[in-house]
Design a protein around this ligand. Sequence first.
Ligand code: GUN
Length: 286
Amino acid sequence: MTAQRIEGKVISDEIRSELKVDAARLAADGIVPGLAVILVGEDKASQVYVSNKAKACEQLGFYSEVHRLSGDTSEADLLALIDTLNRQSSIHGILVQLPLPSHIEEKAVIDAISVEKDVDGFHPVSVGNMVIGDDSLLPCTPAGVIELIKRSGNSIAGKHAVVIGRSNIVGKPVSMLLLRENATVTICHSRTADMEAIARTADILVVAIGKPEAIGASYVKPGAIVIDVGINRLADNRLVGDVDFEAAREVAGYITPVPGGVGPMTITMLLANTLKAAKASAARKA
Ligand code: GUN
């Protein structure tokens, strides 16, 4: 039996229409969600991501501004811009596109963003609140993974979720969110012994390692939900995930394609966070 594809584009469009309705309601009260995106340097992929983020804002009637800074911008100048945006009441979310040039310390930049405007969910206070289970802005890709599982009609509670990858951007936070949803969570990484056998016990398998088609059918339990967070560009220009899609789909019950799976969800959750931050800001003022 071939797995059911989890269509990230369809689910993403569904969430965006909900957000649009919500944003229109907010606009009636004179509040327009505002996002500031900062891009330092000329990285090609980052340029595409940043303009996609701005376009998505426009489609929902959000305000957005993109600050394109040259690659030799000093850390002090970047921190000064963040400080200005932290104080600007028309801006509810601030996102600094990563990676940054090597002369800028990423941690100093993330720490400088006001927690209320941390729509990436990368600030240590946001991360701490997420782990504790307090209300916070959740990191976009991990939050998107949870939405994909739920909105494809699957439950999480009581299931064994295996996460392959332990990055701060995806592996660690998605593990915490799955735990919050009452899954039993195992985290695998490059030093895990017999990863294949562990993965094969997963009801939910989330893969985020950045290695093209590294996870084949032998890692997948029959009927499992497979979520592929990887986006890898091959030498022949093809875009593939971390999972060997054609092989894994013959074993899995549900599987996300690449492209068109997790990818579209990341920006959607960024929009959701910006709206949430705008609402919270309005509530603080009221
Ligand atoms: N670069 C790759 N992914 C991300 C992300 O989720 N947020 C930011 N700010 N930069 C990224």
